[in-house]
Each structure stands twice: as structure tokens, then as C-alpha cells.
Design a binder for this molecule. Sequence first.
Ligand code: IPM
Ligand code: MG
Length: 365
Amino acid sequence: MNEPLKKTDHRDYRVVGLPGDGIGPEVYACARRVLNVLEQTHGLCIQLDEQKIGGDAIDATGDPLPQATIDACRASDAALLGAVGGPKWDNNPADRRPELGLLRIRAEFNLFCNLRPIVTHPSLHSFSPLRPELLEEVDLMIVRELTGGSYFGKKWRNEDEAEDVCRYTREEIERVTRAAGRIAGLRDNRITLVDKANVLETSRLWRSVASRVIEEEFPGVRMENMYVDAAAMHLLTRPSDFDVMLTENLFGDILSDEASMLCGSLGLLPSASLNHEQFGLYEPVHGSAPDIAGQGKANPYAMLLSVAMMLRHSLGREAEAQALEQSIHECWSAGILTRDLRADGCSTNEVTDAVCERLTGLAAV
Ligand code: IPM
Ligand code: MG
């Protein structure tokens, strides 16, 4: 997220495919189909290099993030991940857990800027537990710091005590604040910095560093401060008031699951994790849902929206990103939804068929 991506005529890309565990391979297969359609309709050439991560990688190599996967990512423009984790590996020791593959890829590639867009759509209002009138015009971008804080601080545990150190440096706060400032500049120029500055020293550092960066470098952007407990409440009482929400790693993890309910289902939420070099890891926010794996029930929309984010942020293909998003929104308007949202809903593949059909139709106009 250093500079906004320049438009290029470049059409050849390399993307690492990381199907992973549970429903990961099913939703990843949907992404592959959509990329094939884009090759035919828009002349993109996306070479997919499939690699292992998470439980799948532990079973094959003993390591949740094998060196081959790291090497493939280094040689690519982006990585597209399905999901990691499942009960099979729940009792594994800490260094052999599937989630570690995800945490290590974030650290290895310095993916400090996690974007989670929360946009409601009128045809989905009835699926949210919130009243429809609260959901109108919700368009919020969560910018979550992804490589610092208690996730990556020193950790230890004995029989009686445990500790997870939450540490942030000025540079870590500055770079993600700059990313949020640039994103706000493309939107409504408003940032809400969410923290717990009445209690935590790290939050007090966030406030002073972030406000200086915004004041000095983004004079058009307004930043307000909000405590995380209040933010959790305001997300439910007045969600449409937010534009960009900037926050640290753990708060962002919690608030983004909460905010997903505004859209109706966790199965609809994409994410991008970016570094300075425009390399990004794109993945649905939902997990591996082992209870429904292999049954054709998985909701592929979060994955397909993640493909759109990849086209936009790492491949510089804004037109294709918009065409894909438009195809998805048309499917929502037509009520084409999986069974997490409607008892008589479609299968994973039927939803993907419908998206591909619309994408082809758009290209023909
Ligand atoms: C997420 C997930 C991960 C996180 C887990 C799987 C480690 O919940 O991406 O939000 O906590 O960051
Ligand atoms: Mg999470």
C-alpha cells in the first residue's frame, strides 16, 4: 500500500493459489473458474501456481508454511487463500497448528495492512440481525494493523501464568496510518481511530503517532478517536456513520467479525492483506467451516469478492474488479444465494455459474 497502483497495459500475472483446508478448496475452485472467465473475456493471463498451507501443508510436509509456498509467493504478484484450520489439527502443538501458516505468511511478507470492506446491499438487509433501516448506506472500510500487537509479541506460559506482550513501534503505526489516510482520501476523508487509550499505553502511542501523521500528511482527512468498547456498540447503533475504521491487530480481528453481521453473513466478506510492494494475500474472512466441507454448501461470494480486491490492489485491473463486483451484486439482486442465507438456496457451483454468466454478459456489451 505504498503508492496507489498505477494503471498498466501489463496483462500477464502470477498468482499463488492456496486452497488450504475445509471449504477452502471448494471456494478456491470458484475463484479459479472466475479467473478463467476473465482470461476469455478480458484477455488477462493469470498463471496460477497451487501450493500448500495450513493443515493441508502439515499433512504433506509437517510444516504449516512450507518453503515451497514462500518461494512461490516471492515469485508472484499475489496469493489467493481459501481457508486454514479444522478439528483434525486442534490438538496439535502450537508450532504445528494450521493458523500458524497464516500468521507466518503475514509476517514473512510484511502484510501489515489488512483491508476488510463492509458494504451492505439492499437485497441482503433481511439477513442481518439488525433492523433494515440501520443498514442503509453502510459503507465502511476496516483497516486492521496485521503484523504487530499481541499476535506477534513475546509469548510464554507455565502451569500458573501466561503472557502475550502487546508491543507497537512508531514505524508500525505510521505505515498503517498512511495506508488508512490514502484510503480515506479515495472515500469520504474520515477516519475513526479505535483504541483503548484510557487504559493501554500502546493505544496512547497510537493516538499520538496516528494523529500527527494525519495532520501533517493528510490535511484533507479528519480523524476522530473512539474507545473500542464504544466502537463495538456504535457499530450496532449507527453503522452508517463510519467511513474508515483504523485499529490495531486484535481489536480489528474482533470488530471485523462483528461488522460482518451488518452484511448478513460472514460468507460475504472479502479481505486483502497488503505490504509495501503491492504484493497481497487475498482471502475470505470466514474460516474453513469443516462442518459443511465437501457438501457444495459453502458460500463463494467472500472468495469472489476477494478476487475482485486482488484485481484492484495487486494486479491494477480496476475495470475487471468492477465488472466482477457488478456481476456479484446483480446475483444478489436476483436472490442467487447459498443455503447459509436461504433454506432453498443454490449450491456453491450454481452461484459461481451465475456470476460467470453475468461476467461473460458484461464483457459482451
Ligand atoms: C482472521 C482470523 C485469524 C486472525 C486467525 C485464523 C489466526 O480470525 O483473519 O481474522 O485472528 O487474524
Ligand atoms: Mg478473525
